[in-house]
Design a protein around this ligand. Structure first.
Ligand code: SF4
Length: 389
């Protein structure tokens, strides 16, 4: 891979350069994925080894400026894309300079830009500039109990005390935020989870989201066991806590079936409008497991129930991963192969995939282009819907 002269001045391997470039091109201001915590359930630890190669490296200030100036297109996130964990943005030694750069660079639109943080590194100085930029913080808190927090997240007691103290400062500076709690078996059974919700309502926390991190086939069994609290239970438990403490608490960020239905129908209608003779051609729709309850119904409502459709299981990440954002070309190729094995009729003339699996260059997380499927099967591939971020 050859780099331009200016690019080659940065001393990093070409594939790492390309990986950072891709993040910035996709509107993700990432400084590297180093974190000040070490949560035992962190999904970043168990990614497939051949994707996201640039993890665990901190960019220098010079490198950050380079990527911001040359490659930042449409900022939407600080830290990382929605589909992967990203370390702690605010533990970067030059984070204040980066925040100041964001203030100076008028072309960067930061309003309500979502930034994940464990709050361990936040200071009043940082909060003042966060306020000025109008960032929205998603605070990974998990518990208000300092010793429990230290046990599950690692790090020093002092840093965790800082995180808890920061909760009141978020109010003081009127910073738009929500609190994320990971539902661990041990926290629920020990009563720590409920105590945390009670403590948060006492300090008038505006919004609490109970969010289960993803796990993959690389995640050890003891971690999966701690995360395996049934969905039904969590829904009911959140309703119980909401009522008991008048808490603004909800389970997960997932869209409702009705919203998903509306979203997919609209995307497919737009695709039909854009492509000539689309409705007459034999199609194969590949969809992620996250939409399995609505997808067949949408096809029926659009009169496309006789076209082929196949649910794609994540094989690269596997584990509990079911969203389009973490499906790779490798997964789609396996799904097409399986579909052809069980369907001996005429081959489809078009394959339709969710756009959410691909970036602005139509490449997946391992930088493999969607057109790879076209090359292998000789069938036209269309991307449909919104991108993941
Ligand atoms: S704070 Fe987030 S990124 Fe850091 S170790 Fe914990 S889960 Fe991972």
């Amino acid at each position: 891979m050859s780099l331009s002269r200016a690019e080659s001045k940065l001393s990093m391997p070409a594939d790492v350069y390309e990986a950072f470039k891709k993040d910035f091109q996709n509107g993700i201001i990432t400084l590297g994925d180093v974190c000040s915590a070490n949560c035992f359930f962190c999904s970043q630890k168990w990614n497939p080894p051949h994707v996201l190669k640039h993890l665990n490296r901190m960019l220098t200030l010079e490198e950050i400026e380079h990527f911001m100036d040359r490659h930042l297109k449409s900022p939407a996130w600080i830290g990382s894309a929605i589909h992967v964990n990203s370390g702690e943005f605010f533990c970067h030694p030059h984070v204040m300079d980066v925040l100041k750069l964001l203030v100076q660079k008028k072309r960067v639109e930061c309003n309500n830009m979502i930034t994940f943080t464990n709050a361990m590194e936040l200071t009043e100085e940082k909060l003042e500039i966060i306020k000025e930029l109008n960032l929205c913080l998603h605070v990974s808190l998990h518990t208000t109990n300092i010793s429990h927090r230290t046990k599950i997240m690692g790090g020093t007691q002092k840093k965790h005390q800082n995180a808890i103290a920061t909760l009141s400062l978020l109010k003081k500076y009127k910073i738009h935020h929500l609190i994320l709690l990971v539902p661990l078996k041990q926290s629920i059974t020990s009563g720590d989870f409920e105590a945390t919700v009670r403590n948060l309502t006492e300090i008038n926390t505006t919004k609490i989201v109970v969010h289960r991190p993803g796990y993959t086939k690389y995640t050890p069994a003891h971690v999966i066991k701690e995360l395996s609290v049934p969905d039904n239970f969590l829904h009911q438990y959140c309703l119980f806590l909401k009522k008991k403490y008048s808490a603004n608490i909800s389970y997960g960020f997932a869209m409702s079936d009705t919203d998903m239905n509306k979203d997919i129908s609209e995307s497919l209608r737009n695709l039909m409008k854009d492509k000539r003779n689309f409705s007459k051609r034999r199609k194969l729709f590949l969809y992620p497991a996250s939409v399995r309850n609505v997808f067949p119904g949408v096809l029926k409502s659009l009169g496309m129930e006789n076209d082929g459709s196949h649910m794609v299981k994540s094989q690269v990440f596997a584990g509990n991963v079911d969203c389009a954002g973490l499906l790779l070309v490798e997964d789609y190729l396996a799904a097409v192969k399986e579909f052809f094995l069980h369907n001996k009729g005429p081959r489809p003339e078009e394959i339709i995939l969710p756009r959410a699996s691909f970036d602005i260059n139509d490449e997946d997380l391992s930088m493999t282009p969607a057109t790879q499927i076209e090359k292998i099967y000789g069938t036209k591939v269309h991307l449909c819907g919104k991108r993941a971020n």
